[in-house]
Design a protein around this ligand. Structure first.
Ligand code: GTP
Length: 368
């Protein structure tokens, strides 16, 4: 079986971190999101993956190469962004050759059983001659997602993208994982289009679309708080009672690591520093003495000097935080940002990559 993964978006809502990396390389428990997705597909018997790429295509191609998790990886490159529908048409030649295939959004952390999606699709195809089976996930507030109206046989009667509050047909949303017959390509109206707005409503109207409900892990990492939530969820699964510590990591005396917490490889932590709960520290990170870090994600190669505290923040790759710095509540430091000694950021401060900041900022602000 083949799968095409949409991996070409700009990830504008994840700026400044997405200025320097595509969403698929955002770390979830110190491992790129796309690795989690690829591993799940491989376990479900997929043997060939097409990555539909545009933004930072070279970076993705260099990182993932041509073979991973026993699957052949191919790249369908776009010369301009084609949305979420266009990339399927763009890869038509590879996709149409041998029957049904998976389509996945490349920005979702989930444990969807793709083999069950396939089984359900086979059932609906046989019984109702359907074209596509969409994975559905129940959420409390569906208004920022694609929402379906579904019947007793799991036929989708209606698909509404981002309905107005109070006008949602159900709480079942598009989980961004589909199994489709190649005939879907005939429903794609133009080279650049949205599968959610331009394809699904007409498939639903023609009775060609069925639903498969997923219950389990599902987080779309589109916004910083969702990206953080995805990391916390994985910490809850793999490092809940005992912190996960990498190799060649040096913890000085008096260091306390409160689970759930994940510390990468070759990390240095100074005396008396407290880490956790809900902290992921990347590889080759250096943290000084007497620091306090909780509910935060520190990317690889970042550097935090002594007596600083970081709570509820994201520190980008190679970012440098001085001594006695306080960073709190949804602040984000872009890659290689530099924060001087004694600076305080209280909430929602977002610092662009490589930017140096020498003064405290006590209100939400983007530092360009
Ligand atoms: P925002 O700019 O923050 O909305 O993010 P995004 O550009 O990634 O858009 P969105 O979250 O709607 O994308 C859903 C999925 O489709 C993600 O996996 C994107 O990588 C992918 N995607 C979005 N636009 C394109 C595109 O033009 N080409 C390809 N190949 N994939 C895309």
């Amino acid at each position: 079986l083949k799968a095409i993964i949409l991996a070409g978006g700009f990830g504008t809502r994840l700026r400044p971190l997405s200025c320097t990396r595509p969403k698929q390389l955002f770390p979830i428990a110190n491992r790129p999101l796309l690795d989690w997705i690829l591993e799940g597909l491989s376990k479900s018997g997929v043997t060939e993956v097409i990555l539909a790429v545009n933004y930072m295509a070279d970076v993705l191609q260099r990182y993932f190469g041509n073979y991973r998790y026993e699957m052949k990886i191919m790249y369908s490159r776009e010369t301009k962004p084609l949305g979420t529908g266009g990339p399927i048409k763009n890869a038509e030649k590879i996709l149409k050759a041998d029957g049904k295939f998976f389509i996945l959004n490349g920005d979702v952390l989930t444990n969807i059983q793709y083999s069950n999606l396939e089984k359900n699709h086979a059932k609906y195809r046989k019984k109702y001659n359907s074209t596509l089976t969409i994975t559905l996930y129940e959420v409390e507030d569906p208004s920022r997602f694609g929402v379906v109206e579904i019947g007793p046989t799991n036929r989708i009667y209606r698909f509404v993208e981002k309905p107005k509050l109070g006008e949602e047909p159900s709480k079942l949303i598009n989980a961004g994982a589909y199994l489709t017959e190649p005939e879907i390509i005939d429903y794609i109206p133009s080279d650049k289009c949205s599968i959610e707005r331009d394809v699904f409503p007409s498939l639903a109207q023609k009775g060609k679309m069925y639903g498969f409900k997923h219950e389990g892990l599902w987080i779309d990492i589109g916004k910083p708080d969702d990206f953080v939530k995805a990391n916390f969820s994985v910490m809850d699964i793999i490092a809940k009672d005992k912190p996960k510590i990498g190799i060649d990591t040096q913890l000085s005396s008096g260091v306390k690591i409160i689970p759930p917490a994940i510390v990468g490889n070759e990390v240095k932590v100074g005396q008396g520093t407290h880490i956790g709960p809900y902290v992921t520290i990347g590889d080759n990170v250096s943290i000084g003495n007497g620091c306090k870090i909780s509910h935060s994600i520190l990317f690889n190669n970042s550097w935090v000097d002594s007596y600083s505290s970081i709570n509820g923040a994201i520190v980008g790759e190679g970012a440098v935080v001085g001594q006695w710095v306080k960073i709190e509540n949804n602040c984000i430091l872009g890659d290689y940002a530099v924060i001087s000694d004694n600076v305080t950021f209280t909430k929602g401060v977002s610092v662009c990559p490589s930017k140096e900041v020498g003064e405290s900022i006590l209100e939400p602000k983007q530092v360009m």
